[in-house]
Design a protein around this ligand. Structure first.
Ligand SMILES: Nc1ncnc2c1ncn2[C@@H]1O[C@H](COP(=O)(O)OP(=O)(O)OP(=O)(O)O)[C@@H](O)[C@H]1O
Length: 249
């Protein structure tokens, strides 16, 4: 598959702090990339930089052959870069349906509310929230709000989807449900970049793992190779993880 996203020499500074340092990364269409690393490694900053929230201080970001380094978030979103947020913030008073319809309307401004709601209903059904369509978002459980967040992102008709810790705070049954949804999206050919701390999920879903540490990309490759990489074990996974999983995969 041809490349869909390229980061070339991307750096991001926040006054004295170098959050991303000369990151080079190419992602092909259809890949499911796990973005991992310790807290503060720069994972969310990388997603924010690609999506225009915190533009790169240096380097370029190319999406489907177009330079998007200086695009605003709404411009990136309309081009097909969708993302979920680590801390979900739906419109609390809006129904689940209208939260998703709002995303659909945003990505295609000419669309009628009726069509946007029909579109939203399909995405709600996909994430298993059809029964909650008319409930205000504020009344949904955290797991449901996370799935609502996914439905909102899907309503933007993404070409690439960034998932920022969609499983954080969920119990194991909820994680399994969310993982099944991600696998289904992957099987449909959507390109996905997921920030995820649960290695079980990463290994279950991702075709490739990219590791950030102190803003630098320290490993990039097949999951079975990355989890055995001594630099990754030192920076993130830890010796206990390495010993427990030695010989697996
Ligand atoms: N808007 C900002 N202003 C100042 N510093 C920031 C800003 N956003 C992120 N940082 C800093 O940049 C560094 C990288 O943060 P980032 O949130 O990208 O890490 P992360 O790998 O996503 O961490 P976590 O796993 O904890 O979410 C951190 O030191 C963070 O405090």
């Amino acid at each position: 598959m041809p490349e869909i996203l390229t980061l070339a020499g991307v750096s991001r500074r926040f006054s004295g702090l170098q959050a991303l340092r000369d990151v080079n990364l190419k992602i092909a269409g259809g890949e499911i990339v796990g973005l991992i690393g310790p807290n503060g490694a720069g994972k969310t900053t990388l997603v924010n930089t690609v999506c225009g929230v915190t533009p790169a201080s240096a380097g370029t970001v190319t999406f489907a052959g177009r330079d998007i380094t200086r695009l605003k978030p709404y411009q990136a979103a309309r081009l097909g870069l969708a993302r979920t947020f680590q801390i979900v913030q739906p419109f609390a008073e809006f129904s689940a349906l209208d939260n998703v319809a709002t995303a659909a309307l945003f990505s295609r401004p000419g669309q009628s509310l009726k069509v946007a709601r029909e579109n939203a209903r399909q995405h709600l059904a996909f994430v298993g929230l059809d029964g909650q369509a008319d409930q205000p978002a504020a009344t949904l459980t955290l797991a449901m709000r996370k799935r609502l967040e996914l439905a909102k992102a899907l309503a933007m008709s993404p070409k690439i989807l960034f998932l920022d810790e969609v499983n954080a705070g969920l119990n194991s049954a909820e994680v399994e449900k969310a993982t099944a949804l991600i696998r289904q999206l992957a099987a449909g050919g959507l390109t996905i970049v997921m920030i995820e701390h649960l290695m079980k999920v990463v290994l279950n879903v991702c075709t490739r793992i990219v590791v950030l540490h102190n803003g630098e990309l320290i490993a990039d490759g097949a999951p079975r190779n990355v989890v055995r990489n001594p630099a990754v074990i030192d920076a993130y996974l830890g010796q206990q993880y390495a010993q427990r999983h030695a010989g697996h995969g």
